[in-house]
Design a protein around this ligand. Structure first.
Ligand code: XIL
Length: 375
């Protein structure tokens, strides 16, 4: 592990521009520690060399115009800094089984070959989700048993195909609402819940475990670091699985967060709830919105400095709350700001990631490095 530290006038200057902790609930000692680390720049060639656990990034591939396989700039960043990838879209249900019984693995195989050939691991995303479901599945007609068979066929075929090539899977994504109830009806309802009931979740985990006994199996969701109802629902689900020997190895916290919400203390407390169950905690989709209130027309040094502090605080919270043996890793949801899904989702300017639209390193990258180097 490379841990060279030099004092940096650059970061000292940026601290003076207002880079204090953006959360109000830090302890005094925490603030002092943060301040101390903002004053030193970590020199590193390779971000992932600073961690003992996977440092991942989600990548576009396949038919997407910004595929890393066709972009030297993106490819170089992945090769230089990351030890794991997640496919941003091409391993979702609609991509892998566009028509019933017709599996389409070519794009994903190409991406995984690239990863394997370069010593980069793969986190599988995602076996089962209510979104990006192919149309034929949405309009599938059958009784509960037929739905279960159709669901398990997808999971078994996909997990068997990639067995030995993925380190872990998001088995089920976003089954709960923020109020802790199962996602069921409505615009973003779940066809799985509607047609099978809550047991679709355990059936998905059992099928994944049978198909690939060696991969770590995660339940993945957003707002787990902020909503207590949602994290408590996941805790109850895991406890129930544990009493009935349903396999589950970890919980994926997506962590699409803003510059100030949720607080560091809430994030830590929510990680700890999963740690206490003996499961792994993985940050699966980290990005930090800096323009959630649409107040900025363009990015500034002060915004970038605040973001550096926020990335530092989140990674520090992870390291503080999650013991080494339970760290599944940290994945950033995208390479460059230009490609971030956040810009499309909210249809406005934002700068959520570690590299800017010209693929230059941002202070946020240094924030992650400082926190990792501290461990
Ligand atoms: C997003 C992708 O980044 C977008 O390109 C796509 O249009 C929609 O999905 N939670 C997840 C991810 O689990 O799969 C989502 O990815 C972001 C939210």
């Amino acid at each position: 592990m490379k841990k060279t530290i030099i004092t940096s006038l650059f970061t000292l200057l940026l601290v003076a521009c207002g880079g204090g902790s953006d959360s109000t609930d830090n302890s005094q000692s925490g603030q002092q520690k943060d301040q101390q680390n903002q004053d030193t720049e970590v020199v590193f060639d390779n971000l992932s060399s600073l961690a003992e656990f996977p440092i991942g990034v989600s990548v576009p591939a396949g038919q997407y115009a910004n595929s890393i396989l066709n972009s030297e700039a993106r490819k170089q960043i992945v090769l230089q800094h990351f030890s794991q990838i997640s496919a941003e879209n091409i391993m979702k249900m609609d991509a892998l089984q566009p028509n019933q019984g017709q599996f389409s693995f070519n794009h994903a195989d190409n991406l995984i070959n690239f990863a394997n050939n370069n010593g980069i691991g793969v986190h599988g995303h995602v076996l089962l989700w209510h979104s990006q479901v192919p149309n034929w599945m949405k309009s599938f007609s059958g009784d509960k048993q037929q739905w279960l068979t159709m669901m398990k066929t997808h999971i078994t075929t996909v997990a068997t195909h990639f067995a030995g090539q993925v380190e872990s899977w998001d088995v089920v994504n976003e089954a709960f609402l923020d109020n802790g109830l199962y996602r069921s009806i409505g615009d973003s309802g779940s066809v799985w819940y509607q047609n099978i009931g809550a047991e679709f979740i355990q059936e998905a985990f059992v099928a994944a475990s049978q198909a690939d006994p060696n991969a770590d199996l995660y339940y993945n969701d957003y707002n787990l670091s902020s909503s207590s109802s949602k994290i408590n629902a996941v805790v109850a689900m895991v406890e129930d699985f544990q009493t009935r020997n349903i396999p589950i190895d970890g919980v994926g916290f997506q962590m699409h967060v803003t510059s100030s919400y949720p607080s560091d203390d809430t994030i830590k407390a929510h990680f700890k709830k999963i740690v206490d169950l003996g499961l792994k905690v993985k940050i699966t989709e980290l990005d930090v919105r800096m323009n959630a209130n649409s107040q900025h027309q363009q990015v500034s040094d002060a915004i970038l400095k605040l973001q550096q502090q926020r990335y530092f605080d989140i990674v520090s919270a992870y390291l503080e709350a999650v013991p080494a043996a339970q760290r599944g890793g940290i994945t950033i949801w995208g390479i460059s700001d230009a490609d971030s899904w956040i810009l499309n989702l909210y249809d406005q300017e934002d700068w959520p990631l570690l590299f800017d639209e010209n693929f230059n390193e941002k202070p946020a990258l240094q924030g992650v490095a400082q926190a990792l180097n501290n461990d």
